[in-house]
Write a protein that binds this ligand. Structure first.
Ligand code: DGP
Length: 115
């Protein structure tokens, strides 16, 4: 747990937030500033800055985060219409919260900025 990390505080129930999903290693909750009708953040409970800090020993956790995203998408009825899972790592990607998180987006057609 990192001091002053908002996602650590949410994942550890220090800031009351409606969790969409939770288990021993991950938590998921609605994004404060949604950019799609469904916009859920999936975070690891263990603090790490972003994807760049993960190594081979973290493959299980990262796989679990993706399976969790698929589980939530299924629960929210997005399987047929489709959805996107992304993670921003570092300034060029526009990462604004310095705790690893996957965005699950759906509920509308999503454009994709490849520039
Ligand atoms: P990123 O730009 O990838 O670092 O996305 C961070 C996201 O986190 C952004 O979409 C807004 C969201 N966010 C920031 N602070 C909070 C918060 O306190 N609660 C929730 N639920 N979401 C937050």
């Amino acid at each position: 747990m990192e001091e002053n990390c908002i996602f650590c505080k949410i994942a550890n129930h220090e800031i009351p937030t409606d969790l969409v999903y939770e288990d021993d290693t991950v938590a998921a909750f609605k994004d404060l500033n949604p950019v799609a009708p469904v916009h859920i953040l999936i975070v690891p409970k263990e603090h790490k800055l972003n994807l760049s800090q993960y190594k081979e020993q973290d493959e299980k956790l990262l796989g679990h985060m993706l399976v969790t995203a698929a589980h939530i998408a299924r629960e929210l009825g997005l399987e047929e219409s489709g959805y996107r899972v992304i993670t921003n790592a570092g300034p060029d990607a526009g990462q604004s919260v310095m705790h690893t998180h996957f965005h699950l987006l759906g509920g509308r057609k999503l454009s994709f900025d490849k520039q």
